[in-house]
Design a protein around this ligand. Structure first.
Ligand code: FMN
Length: 462
């Protein structure tokens, strides 16, 4: 294994009651987590004390649709806070930790997203991040004047334009536009405000944004996707990529390809951080970890298991199949197995339906590591040093208990091996992640306006 100069990045991914599909039934979970602000305050402060880079929130802007008999036993995504509103509250009770929320480009407008995240960046002193998604829940369409979700390629075309417009709006004001000078009665410098005047296929946005340029220039851009189209967008715009990675070889290939591809857009390896999700089940032995997992699996109601799998497989109707039999071959299309890395691993070794949903239920498509702290850190270290990842979004199966365990048992081991920080060194999320602050697209204009005002001052003196 080769040494790395940089440290491992860690995010704490908060799914309300935990990442395991049956987490809410386990004793270590906060049962009303989705709408319990104190729960988030306590977890975020704990993650900050442990020096996590960031907390991360997923989102959807619709409840899940499907079989209500199953959904009534499965609270995730049914009732929970708007993530940016939640992060604004958390900004007030923290100082260092990054605050990252998901917002879809399919059912939002760039102006509102730009304003919300710029506001959060100011309120938190430069700690905000935006996870760009194109929406996995098709029912969102019904809340935004449409009968159906956009097609896959249109989603990404829209996402691409959306992000460009949003960044353009963040550059509405030069960093030093607001002079707020009582002596000259001048609030801002009119040469330092910029109208975007964007008009293209999906958006028409004049600007400027009614919030000053964010302290980080732009909030850190995260992107979550699994397809090649998603990867293409990531290579262009993502600073942190969140994607499922299940074996080291696959991770190394993804890591190298993505960074090489980003170079085509003029970006360097250091401009892009790869952070897949990681479910951590820590115990005193491998056997105890297996017992822990088995216990959580036993809490999955078969109706919920089928519903979970059905959603993961794109709405496949599984109601007539026996949970203790494998799916018939003709159901498992080749395409499903080959192209969607989020679910393809589930089909290995012809499992029964129950085994499949139990496998998926543990980590909702992301990798699981289990065992003693030493065994878990060995795995985390191996992937990091061999450049399969730059860090992880930690997905505790049960919250808050799983986060507490990670903090008490895993973080010290990572620190002892010199893999993770013991103190924050940066002030902003960008600085902590080792990412550059983007220069405004209008920076050259600012320089020429400076030259212009210097020239006119010179003229006045003559
Ligand atoms: C790891 C991961 C996390 C995601 N998180 C969200 C989310 O929080 N909200 C959402 O609407 N979509 C989420 N998505 C969905 C993606 O934005 C995208 O719509 C979906 O994956 C289909 O695009 P793809 O085929 O490029 O993966 C996520 C996808 C992945 C792979």
């Amino acid at each position: 294994m080769t040494k790395r100069k940089d440290l491992m990045k860690l995010g704490a991914f908060f799914h309300p009651t935990g990442h395991h599909v049956a987490a809410w039934l386990a004793p270590g979970s906060q049962i009303d987590a989705g709408t319990n602000f104190s729960h988030y305050v306590q977890m975020t402060q704990a993650a900050e004390n442990a020096k996590f880079d960031l907390i991360f929130l997923a989102d959807a802007i619709a409840t899940r649709d499907g079989n209500l008999q199953a959904l009534r036993r499965w609270p995730q995504y049914m009732a929970y806070f708007d993530p940016v509103t939640l992060l604004a509250g958390l900004a007030a009770v923290t100082k260092n930790i990054g605050l990252v929320a998901t917002a879809t480009t399919s059912f939002n407008e760039p102006y509102q997203v730009a304003r919300r995240f710029a506001s959060l960046d100011h309120m938190s002193g430069g700690r905000s991040g935006w996870n760009v998604v194109t929406s996995s829940n098709p029912s969102e369409a019904f809340n935004f004047g449409r009968d159906a979700h956009f097609g896959h390629s249109e989603r990404y075309e829209r996402a691409d334009e959306f992000v460009k417009v949003t960044k353009g709006l963040w550059d509405s004001w030069d960093d030093d536009a607001f002079v707020r000078d009582r002596a000259s009665a001048l609030y801002f410098d009119a040469a330092k405000i910029h109208y975007l005047n964007h008009k293209d296929k999906h958006f028409s946005v004049r600007g400027p944004l009614n919030v000053a340029r964010p302290p980080q220039g732009y909030p850190v851009i995260f992107q979550a996707s699994a397809s090649d189209t998603g990867k293409e967008l990531a290579a262009q715009i993502a600073e942190v990529i969140f994607t499922p990675l299940h074996d080291l070889e696959q991770a190394q290939k993804f890591y190298r390809e993505l960074k090489d591809h980003a170079a085509k857009y003029g970006r360097t390896d250091d401009d892009l951080v790869v952070m897949p999700g990681l479910n951590v089940v820590v115990a005193d032995s491998e056997k105890d970890a297996d017992e822990k997992i088995k216990y959580l699996q036993s809490l999955i109601h078969p109706e919920v298991g089928k519903e979970l799998l059905s959603t993961a497989l794109g709405g496949l109707d599984l109601s007539d199949y026996d949970v203790d039999e494998p799916l018939p071959d003709h159901i498992v299309s080749q395409e499903m197995q080959k192209t969607n890395s989020r679910v393809s691993y589930l089909f290995k070794d012809k499992p029964t339906l129950r085994q499949m949903y139990e496998n998926f239920g543990t980590g909702r498509g992301q990798r699981t590591v289990k065992g003693t702290p030493t065994a878990i850190v060995d795995q985390m270290e191996k992937w990091f040093l061999n450049r399969g990842v730059d860090g992880y979004l930690i997905q505790p199966p049960v919250l808050p208990a799983g986060l507490d365990e990670f903090i008490v048992r895993i973080i010290p081991e990572l620190q002892n091996r010199g893999l993770f920080r013991t103190e924050y060194t940066g002030r902003t999320l960008r600085e902590n992640l080792g990412l550059k602050r983007p220069t405004s697209r209008n920076a050259p204009a600012r320089r020429s306006s400076k030259a212009l005002s210097e020239a006119s001052a010179h003229k006045e003196l003559q």
